[in-house]
Design a protein around this ligand. Sequence first.
Ligand SMILES: [Zn+2]
Ligand SMILES: [Zn+2]
Length: 272
Amino acid sequence: MEHGVWFYDHEIFIRIGFFFGTLFFLTFLEYLFPKRKKLGYQRTRWFSNLAIVGVNSFFVRLIYPLLAVDVALIAQQRGWGLFNHFHYQGWLAFFIGVLILDFAIYLQHMVFHYVPLLWRFHKMHHADLDFDVTTGTRFHPVEILLSMGIKMGVVIVFGISYLAVLAFEVILNASSLFTHTNLLMPKKLEKVIRMLFVTPDMHRVHHSIYRDETNSNFGFNLSIWDRIFGTYRSRPRDGHLDMTIGIDEFRKPKFLKLRWLFAIPFIRDTEE
Ligand SMILES: [Zn+2]
Ligand SMILES: [Zn+2]
């Protein structure tokens, strides 16, 4: 932990700085090089999608006395988990720790798609009618809370270090914004990045209205998990510019409002 003290002391600034820095930078890029024409409702969407970040942070702090990073410190002090058991927290453990967390989040994402009760909460993320940087912050509080619990479990089992958890969370926040950006990227650059990382074009397929496309490209950071486990789809069948974003249910613009975001898991929109 010696070399982690600086990070520990500045943790909140690192998190907030990276989040807002990435958000402003990508919003600017999106404005300069937009990929798709949007349906609209920009003001409602942006307000709801960003306001829910505040709500989610509040709930996490309220419900969990400790965060995943704190759990990592306790696990290290008590010798819990694989890496701590062997007293190994070198750079390789850091690297493998981040990799394990990324794989866990890939698996978790898949489970949220296939378990009907969990899909109710996750489909709120998919009910956005457009796809832009703010879609990357739109998650139901219940999904965020469950996800934090799962992450803590993984940290304890493997004894992942404080720094690896902090790095992973900061990277995940930034990459969740990046993979939802409505960004026109040079084709060659996109192809190179996609070899290892999830790009906006890759993740947009996951926001298609077709269920088979929604159930593909589950990765958040690394694109390798989808390739290894056969859930990779290179492009949407209707093309990136003509594809419909969202799910069949909840296509009325009123569902983009903040209060409806909380309600989506508990209701069904059957009327036409
Ligand atoms: Zn999903
Ligand atoms: Zn998404």
